[in-house]
Design a protein. Structure first.
Lengths: 183, 181
């Protein structure tokens, strides 16, 4: 092991978190290398020094009296509805993780179904039929070069998917139906 | 008639005794909170909220870690939330530098003085640097544990630790001999 590698693993070496082989290699390197040994001792001394100073700086602090009662009071206070829902959901996730995954997938599936339904020609047709008062109505649908053509025929709405030429015919016939007959 | 085999009931988690939690972990949590947020009063509030959150989420504690580690994880999240809300006291680096005048000979050897100065320097660090110093040196956590608690990689933890120590080195009076080689 070289010095660069040892320095990169110094903290893990101090933690004893290295694999046995690497830990041994680091120990051997430490015995041979003065610079790395100094770095190791310095880190140990620094850790001890900071720990002692911070413990001393905070030694006078103690939990204020009545902490238990304050905690219990805070627990009794009515949680917000959102917090209650969140807590219930977290409880559900903790108890039934598979159920939680299924619920999330169900919601996603439901939203996807709504999206597909909105884009479907049937959904568009329903919308147009409801507002259309004329005898013929043409609307564009997501299918390329196709459209729905609705005709009023024998008091019933006839729905056909047509290409561009049929749309043009429908428009012509619509025009001829609506315009007064020329003499 | 053969007796039906006895089915042992699943073990219920032991009920949490709040007073016992406070007695055994409250003090250390409070000192850690004070170092993390830099304010003793706010630290008391944070520890109180830590116990509230702990009791609310006690069902989620599966005993994978020590109770103190679990509580400290909650405390760390609360400290971060508090920091984001901007409720913490802001200590400018310059203020600490101004305060780091040469100590008089009488107080030169006073360990309390050094401890206070180090705590003040700690408050001048960024939140990330302060966190790694407290977790590493005060809480004596391993690099891997710090990475897990803070949600960053081990490399990031080591990098933050390196720069945090460099910052402290600039802020601490040389008389403290804290960083002597």
């Amino acid at each position: 092991m070289d010095c660069h590698t040892f320095n990169g693993l110094l903290h893990e070496y101090l933690d004893g978190a290295l694999d046995a082989g690497v830990q041994d290699a680091a120990s051997r390197h430490l015995q041979q290398c003065d610079a790395c040994r100094q770095a190791f001792l310095r880190e140990q001394a620094l850790a001890n020094s900071i720990r002692q100073s911070l413990e001393q700086a905070t030694a006078s602090l103690s939990v204020r009296p009545g902490m238990r009662l304050r905690v219990l009071e805070a627990l009794k206070s009515k949680p917000s509805p959102l917090g209650a829902w969140r807590a219930a959901w977290q409880r559900f996730v903790a108890i039934r993780p598979a159920g939680a995954v299924a619920a999330v997938m169900g919601v996603v599936l439901f939203l996807l179904c709504i999206q597909f339904y909105r884009r479907s020609p049937d959904h568009a047709a329903h919308r147009v039929v409801a507002v259309s008062g004329g005898s013929t109505c043409i609307i564009n649908v997501p299918l390329p070069a196709h459209a729905h053509v609705f005709r009023l025929q024998d008091n019933a709405v006839v729905d056909t998917i047509a290409d561009e030429s049929a749309i043009a015919d429908a428009k012509l016939s619509e025009g001829s139906e609506q315009s007064p007959a020329k003499p | 008639m053969a007796a039906a085999p006895r089915v042992s009931a699943p073990e219920k988690p032991a009920p949490i005794d709040l007073q016992e939690l406070i007695d055994s972990h409250g003090g250390r949590l409070l000192r850690s909170a004070c170092l993390l947020c830099g304010n003793a009063t706010e630290a008391q509030d944070l520890v109180q909220e830590t116990f509230v959150q702990a009791l609310k989420s006690a069902h989620g504690f599966r005993g994978d870690s020590a109770v103190y580690t679990w509580l400290h994880g909650i405390l760390l999240n609360l400290c971060r939330r508090s920091y984001r809300k901007g409720r913490r006291l802001v200590y400018e680096e310059e203020r600490v530098l101004e305060a780091s005048v040469q100590p008089s000979p009488s107080e030169g050897m006073d360990r309390n003085f050094y401890a206070t100065r180090l705590a003040a320097a700690l408050r001048a660090l960024s939140r990330e640097h302060r966190e790694v110093i407290v977790l590493r040196y005060y809480e004596n956590m391993k690099i891997e544990e710090i990475a897990r608690q803070t949600g960053v990689s081990k490399g990031t933890v080591k990098s933050r630790l390196h720069y945090a120590v460099l910052c402290l080195e600039r802020l601490i009076p040389r008389e403290m001999n804290l960083f002597a080689s």
